[in-house]
Design a protein around this ligand. Structure first.
Ligand SMILES: NC(=O)c1ccc[n+]([C@@H]2O[C@H](COP(=O)([O-])OP(=O)(O)OC[C@H]3O[C@@H](n4cnc5c(N)ncnc54)[C@H](O)[C@@H]3O)[C@@H](O)[C@H]2O)c1
Length: 271
C-alpha cells in the first residue's frame, strides 16, 4: 500500500547512520508520500551521514537540534513550519543516550550529573518537544507523536541500567501529555516498545549480542527489525490509527507476553 502519508508533514529525530531506526523510518515515510525535516544533535551531524539520507528523501531539510536545549527545540519547530509550509502532522522522537553506560559506571555507582543528562536527553526531551509544539500551536488536528522505548521500562534488564528509568519516564510523558493533547487538540501520543535492534545506541549496551539472540529465541515471531519498526511508525502516523493514544505499543514479535520457549533452551544448550 502506498501514499499512506500523502500530504503529511513531519519531523524525524535521531537518524545517525543507516542502522538507525529513524533512518529506516525516514525512508518509509518518504516512500509513503510524506515530506519532513530531519534533525539530530549538531555533534551527530559531523560525519555528514544524515545529508545522504536527506538526499534520498526528496532533498529533505536538515536542522540541528540538541534535544536538551529548549532554544534549539523552538528554532527547530519554527523553521520546520516555515520549510514545510504550515503545521506539522507527525513527529518521531528516536533519541536515547546514557552517559553512565558509556562511561562504564555501574548502576550501584551512579554519577548523578551523568544521570541528569541521561534523563534530560532520553526522556525529558520528549516533554520538551511536546511542550514546545503545544505552546507554538505547531501540530495539526489528528496529528501523531511517537517516541521509541524499550521493555526495560517495565522489567529489569540489569545491563539496560539507568535507561530503564529514562524509558519509564518517557512512557509516562506519552500518557500525561497525550491526555492533554487529545483533549485540547485531537492529537495522539504513543510510544513504540521495540525489540533489541542492532544500532549504535543498541550495541552500546553490555552483552547486547547475547541479549539480541535471547530475545529472538523467546519471541514467537522473532525480533522486529528497524525496518519493521519503521513500518509501524508509518501506521501510527497514518489516519489508520486515529484513535490510538496514550499507549505503550509493544512491537517485539511477542517477546513481552511470552514466558517460555524451547528455542531459548536449545540456544543455551548450544552455548
Ligand atoms: N536499538 C535498540 O535495541 C532499541 C530498542 C528499543 C528502543 N530503542 C530506542 O530507539 C531510539 C533510537 O535509537 P537507535 O537504536 O536507532 O540508535 P541510534 O544510535 O541510531 O539513535 C539514537 C539517536 O539519538 C541521538 N541523540 C543522542 N543525544 C542527542 C541529543 N542531545 N540531541 C539530539 N539527538 C541526540 C543520536 O545522535 C542518535 O541519532 C532510542 O530512543 C532508543 O532508546 C532502541
Amino acid at each position: 500500500m502506498n501514499n499512506l502519508l500523502k500530504g503529511k508533514k513531519g519531523i524525524i529525530f535521531g537518524a545517525l547512520n543507516d542502522k538507525s531506526i529513524a533512518w529506516e523510518a525516514a525512508l518509509k515515510c518518504h516512500e509513503q508520500g510524506a515530506t519532513f525535516v530531519l534533525t539530530n544533535a549538531p555533534i551527530a551531524m559531523r560525519m555528514g551521514e544524515i545529508n545522504k539520507l536527506a538526499e534520498t528523501c526528496g532533498n529533505a531539510k536538515v536542522i540541528p537540534c540538541d534535544v536538551s536545549k529548549t532554544e534549539d527545540m523552538e528554532n527547530l519547530i519554527a523553521q520546520s513550519m516555515e520549510i514545510l509550509g504550515g503545521k506539522i502532522d507527525f513527529i518521531l522522537h528516536s533519541v536515547g543516550m546514557s552517559l553512565n553506560i558509556r562511561k562504564g559506571k555501574d548502576y550501584t555507582d551512579i554519577d548523578y550529573k551523568f544521570m541528569h543528562d541521561t534523563l534530560d536527553i532520553s526522556a525529558i526531551s520528549f516533554h520538551r518537544l511536546m511542550q514546545t509544539v503545544y505552546k507554538m500551536d505547531a501540530i495539526n488536528e489528528w496529528g501523531s507523536i511517537v517516541g521509541l522505548t524499550y521493555i526495560g521500562a517495565q522489567r529489569v534488564f540489569p545491563d539496560y541500567h539507568e535507561m530503564g528509568d529514562a524509558k519509564s519516564l518517557l512512557e509516562s510523558y506519552a500518557r500525561s501529555f497525550g491526555y492533554r493533547f487529545g483533549k485540547e487538540k485531537n492529537v495522539r501520543v504513543n510510544t513504540i516498545s521495540q525489540s533489541p535492534t542492532m544500532t549504535t545506541a543498541g550495541s552500546g549496551v553490555k552483552g547486547f549480542g547475547d541479549f539480541f539472540d535471547y530475545a529472538a529465541a523467546l519471541s514467537p515471531l522473532g525480533n522486529a527489525s528497524a525496518e519493521d519498526c519503521a513500518n509501524y511508525c508509518v501506521l501510527m502516523f497514518s489516519d489508520l490509527s486515529k484513535k490510538v493514544t496514550m499507549q505503550n505499543l509493544f512491537h517485539d514479535g511477542g517477546f513481552s507476553f511470552t514466558g517460555f520457549s524451547y528455542d531459548v533452551f536449545k540456544m543455551m544448550e548450544n552455548k
